[in-house]
Design a protein around this ligand. Structure first.
Ligand SMILES: [Zn+2]
Length: 419
């Protein structure tokens, strides 16, 4: 099932919800519209002000407030506000946003008439939302106060506090800013050799060698900590690979493979991200497994109802796929400098190892081991190094552009912006 890609401000793509849920939601909207009024409300102004303690956003409505709901998401920290039957014709004040705790505001009108506003926050915050009746020159207003919790550095989720990697990372924390964690996954291993080349080269050996070089290159970058799912020729189940990424609180997951095809002429490298279809089936599995609820970016989903849980999962997964596509694009671009590309854009498929709902994940097919020339390339140490460098460069560019909050990359980006 293809997912609908909508829009929007400043070129930030905003993914729509899964059509299944849209169906359910639009039923509610339909009932509401039938009961009340078909006339959509309009927000004609969004005012933003801030002081040291808080950032205040005021949405000015041209009529009485429709129903709305909000929820927050972690990793990165976001506040999501859904307002029923509303349009937005205002102009956010970007210069005010820049100076506040807000990193970005994305406003999306959805096909069912709902307005979704996503606030990207630099850090977790306390949020108060309330409405105001018309008064003096002002009409109906919806007010959001975002209060920074800077002093409280204690992790909210007790599970997070006891993660073993938390301690392992301590040595790398610079001025309270952590390293980004990249989990590298050499495909196959042990009893599973993967594909085999005409000269007998085994995929599991080639990808381990490339992965190790990538591991070294990434660890040389300041602010990056790389972790391998396997260091030797051992066998790992697919879910074990995902669990390793989760245990290390990975910011990115990169699986390394080599392709094979019955035609020896097939050639070129490619990069895959998860398809929405694969995401949907995995989301269903997650929803069915109660113990997974608390794992989603540290949010406790157990007290949310089924519909909201699925909306949260969808939001998380679509933004994860989106991030994976960005990352894959950077890597393809770097690889195109020296390697033949099988496809020049990131492909999407239902690979099991890419199914973490909250960790951007890609699978790099480094080339066709079944192609005699590429088999030769893939076993050549210089070529392996170039591949590793290209992937490391792509990862680095990705983090420069999209630094996870609280990391040294985020600190650098902020310093550059203020500089
Ligand atoms: Zn493979």
């Amino acid at each position: 099932m293809p997912y609908t890609r909508a829009y929007l401000i400043e070129g930030v793509p905003f993914m729509q919800l899964n059509p299944r849920h849209l169906g359910l939601l639009s039923w509610f909207i339909f009932l509401m519209c039938a009961t009340f009024s078909v006339q959509a409300a309009n927000i004609d102004n969004l005012r933003i002000s801030h002081d040291k303690q808080k950032t205040r956003l005021v949405f000015d409505f041209d009529s009485a407030l429709p129903t709305y709901k909000s929820f927050s998401l972690n990793n990165p920290y976001r506040l999501v506000l859904d307002i029923d039957n509303t349009r937005f014709s205002g102009q956010p004040q970007w210069e005010q946003i820049k100076a506040s705790i807000l990193e970005d505001i994305r406003i999306g009108e959805q096909p069912n008439g709902k307005l979704r506003v996503v606030f990207d926050l630099e850090e977790p915050a306390k949020v108060h939302i309330f409405s105001l009746k018309p008064q003096q020159q002002y009409g109906h207003r919806l007010v959001i106060d975002i209060i920074a919790k800077k002093q409280q550095n204690v992790p909210k989720d007790p599970a997070q506090a006891t993660m073993p990697t938390k301690q392992m990372n301590m040595g790398n924390i610079l001025q309270g800013h952590r390293d980004v964690v990249v989990v590298i996954d050499p495909g196959h291993g042990g009893k599973d050799p993967g594909a085999t080349g005409p000269k007998g080269t085994r995929e599991k050996d080639v990808v381990l060698s490339i992965a190790k070089q990538l591991h070294d290159k990434l660890n040389q970058l300041p602010g990056v900590k790389a972790v391998l799912t396997r260091h030797t020729d051992n066998y790992l189940y697919l879910r074990q690979r995902l669990n390793i990424a989760r245990r290390h609180k990975a910011d990115l997951f990169v699986s390394i493979h080599a392709d094979a095809f019955k035609h020896p002429r097939a050639r070129g490298a490619s990069v895959f991200a998860l398809s929405q279809r694969g995401a949907t089936s995995e989301a269903a599995r997650w929803l069915a497994e109660k113990e997974n609820y608390s794992e989603l970016g540290g949010i406790d989903l157990s007290d949310k109802d089924q519909l909201l849980r699925s909306v949260l999962l969808d939001l998380s997964q679509t933004s994860t796929i989106n991030a994976s596509l960005h990352l894959g694009g950077f890597i393809l671009q770097k690889m195109s400098d020296f390697a033949h590309l099988h496809k020049d854009k990131v492909e999407q498929a239902q690979f099991m190892v890419l199914k973490s709902p909250d960790i951007p994940s890609i699978l790099v097919e480094t080339g066709f081991i079944s192609n005699p020339q590429e088999e030769k390339n893939l076993t050549n140490s210089k070529y392996q190094q170039r591949l590793a460098s290209a992937i490391a460069d792509g990862v680095h560019r990705y983090f420069l552009r999209y630094p996870p909050p609280g990391t040294r990359y985020a600190m650098r980006k902020k310093a550059a912006a203020n500089g």
